[in-house]
Write a protein that binds this ligand. Structure first.
Ligand code: NCD
Length: 308
């Protein structure tokens, strides 16, 4: 199982067997989420966040601290020499000479793959534009595996901004690797999934359907993955105005849901899940966010060579 030294650019770079290995390690890591292991005590992780982040950045930091390692980071390029005109390549080259691995989030698609070409150390993609967010997909699948006991054979709905959402796209790739019974892609017309994602589903022979109506499919679903409208990615603000607030999960629509429906959301939530849903048995999104730490601990320990 070769995680050591590997770049993490897209979820599709991993096999289902590798992901299950990661999940087993993550489950062990849950025991150490409130203490400290000394697995990476001589290692430094660089976090280069060119875009806003709460969960991803803090859970990577927490994970590295819990593994006994250290972190160097920036979360706004305003505070670095990028503000003086330094280019991405030079920034990465320098971080690569200081740290043992680099986590990068950037608004440009392909930024992490570009960084990986330059860096001599492993690069982990924490989101590149609308394209990929592989570690989020690992957490999403882990939540299903951990809470449901299996990932295969489920009816899975993905609701929201399937066009610009990297978390949604990565989740769709990820769940498709585990043979869903059926995939329901639920979005306003304007936010339908991109053609490369559709091509992927066809190449994998996934049974999927596209719809604009959650209420028409809610009773079929075992898992509902909700995402916000990615306002910052719209080239035209007028297009955003057309779709904002156009879908919402509330108690009314959930009255038709299966007893054991799981609702996931990568967060942040804006208004697409009503607050009244938080106290229902369907709400798994805060649990999901908490799994960010053990999953990222497992990934860092495997990639940085703390364990096999
Ligand atoms: C996601 C992201 O940044 O793509 N957030 C996260 O990492 N949990 C989802 C989003 O911003 O909507």
């Amino acid at each position: 199982m070769g995680f050591k030294g590997r770049d993490v650019i897209a979820i599709t770079d991993f096999t289902p067997e590798e992901l299950l290995h990661l999940f087993n390690v993550a489950k062990t890591m849950e025991k150490y989420c409130r203490s400290r292991l000394e697995l990476l005590k001589d290692k430094i992780l660089a976090l280069a966040f060119f875009e806003p982040s709460t969960r991803t950045m803090f859970s990577f930091q927490t994970a590295m601290h819990r593994l006994g390692g250290s972190v160097i980071w920036f979360s706004s390029s305003e505070a670095t020499s990028i503000a003086k005109g330094e280019n991405l390549a030079d920034t990465i080259r320098m971080l690569s000479s200081y740290a043992d691995a680099i986590v990068i989030r950037h608004r440009f698609e392909g930024a992490a793959a570009f960084a990986a070409e330059i860096a001599d150390v492993p690069v982990i993609n924490a989101g590149d534009g609308s394209q990929h967010h592989p570690t989020q997909a690992m957490i999403d699948l882990y939540t299903i595996w951990r809470e449901r006991g299996r990932i295969e054979g489920l009816n899975v709905g993905v609701l929201g901004d399937l066009r610009y959402g990297r978390a949604a796209a990565s989740f769709i790739y990820a769940i498709s690797m585990f043979k869903p019974k059926k995939l329901y892609l639920i979005s306003p017309e304007l936010l339908k999934v991109r053609s490369e994602v559709r091509d992927y589903l066809e190449s994998k022979g996934v049974d999927y359907t596209e719809t604009t109506r959650l209420d028409e499919v809610i009773d079929e679903l075992d898992v509902l993955y909700v995402t916000r409208v990615q306002k910052e990615r719209f080239p035209d603000p007028a297009e955003y105005e057309k779709v904002k607030g156009s879908y919402r999960v509330d108690l009314k629509v959930l009255s038709k849901a299966k007893e054991d429906l799981m609702i996931l959301h990568p967060l942040p939530r804006v208004d697409e899940i009503a607050l009244e849903v938080d106290n229902t048995r369907y709400a798994y999104y805060f649990k999901q966010a908490s799994y960010g730490v053990p999953v990222r601990m497992a990934l860092l320990a495997l990639v940085m060579g703390g364990i096999e």
